[in-house]
Write a protein that binds this ligand. Sequence first.
Ligand code: HEM
Length: 514
Amino acid sequence: KLKSSPKTEKILKQIVHGSCIGSIWKTVTGKKSFADMIQDAYYMEPNTRYSTFYQFFNPVLLVKDPDLIKQMLVKDSDHFMNHQHFIPPEGDPIFYKNLFSMENQEWRDMRSRLTPVFTSSKMKYMFSLITQNCDKFVKHFLRKEETVVTVEMREIMARFSNDVISNIVFGVEVDAVNNPNDEVYLNGKNLTNLTGLTRVLKFLGSFLVPKLYKILKISPFPEASIKFFSSLVQTNIDVRQKNNIVRPDMINILLDARKNAFQPEEAAPDTGFAVMRDSENFKLSKTKIDITDLEIAAQVITFFFAGFETVSGMLSFIAYELGANPEVQQRLIGEVDHTLEACGGQITYEAILSMKYMDMVVTEALRKWPVIILTDRMCTKPYTIEAKYPDEKSRHVKEGSSVWLPVFAIHRDPENYPEPDKFDPERFSDENKRTVKPYTYFPFGVGPRGCLASRLGLLEAKTLFFYILTNFEIVPVEKTQIPLKISKKRITMNAEGGFWFGLKRRTELSTPSA
Ligand code: HEM
């Protein structure tokens, strides 16, 4: 009988049971969704605080227990500071020098320089850019003759997200809602689209065999689109500096912060339950920041990348839940109408954020459909998980090994949320939200490395649905699929067969003059 090491035994067991490696293969070949693959891993070792498995030969620790998540990824986050790198440092400097890929002290410095750009008062400053795009969005549909316009939500939300994020981060007014062939949009889609066997393999491969990718200098992203965005941003910075152009966007905030220290913040309301707060224990930059043109370009391109697919996914799932749950939608329409009336027909930042039911709906949609199914950390300093229960042994986590936070699986675990597949905004009412188990809600990740721009994402969602519901009702049409099935063809969360719904005018009077 051959003797094998515990590690080999574990890999063999996984292959034999088809549990993890088998489910990775099913995901690569489009037979299983990425969310299902992670759920398989989550339930592989039931009733444990964490599971371990191998990404081929790399050990991965999947953390499931809320207290352990808090301990490891918040309190002891200095042991788990970086993401597993999947973009080779030798690749394009613009794409590599972004916050998501940065590591250790370099990341910490950049994060503290960028955090002031995303405060609530900066969101208020940028609110006018968001409303400009929301207004364009509704006018696009109000111009149509039909009373009910059939629309594939994911496509139109992607175009909307493209327009907003380009407007806010690049300072470029793009109109992909009206022009689907817009160059910025097509390049953004190319950059973020993870469909097709080659792209899926290339992307999953960067997680599964990162060392090989590093050696071969393979980037999972298309080079032509990276070049397109680099030159767009550089030209934009040059033109502004030459002509002293000022507009309320991120390039402007960063260029300005190079000359003047960040000003004391004016008080502004926060954007809701889901806002990342753990990530703000940083010493914020109170002096002028030292940031080069290249670094500004790298950051704003990351913002575009990070805020395009995520936001469009979130908006599509909110639209789906409103269309599938008419009683929720009617209650929200009531709140929208009341809010519009209370602010005399001219919506304000404060009024958007005063809507409690809107916050409950958006929070629950992000619980049921967290668009980022999984986030990861790399162990940067050896760590020991002490045994807590009699049947546990303490577990050593080696430097360089991966830790995964299975967001989707935690949000759908009935231990955390009873009837987890039910869309129930009441979970987040004033009364009930106090009973949500801490560290079981992660649409924007966790700890100091959590999403930098949760406020922006939430503000975009609330403002767009305010505009939509002022003018339309979202109704099922022939092609609508309820219940929604998660697509097996994409790594990012999407609906099989698309998100088809109708936008039904609420009144004939809302026809725009222009
Ligand atoms: C609904 C919209 C969004 C969702 C669901 C989302 C979610 C996430 C998640 C899960 C992470 C990883 C956090 C972790 O590992 O703990 C992340 C990181 C990040 N997000 Fe977002 N995000 C959204 C919108 C945005 C937008 C609009 C921007 C920029 C304008 C943005 C910028 C970033 C950046 C820069 C990071 C990396 C932070 C770091 O490593 O320090 N995100 N986001």
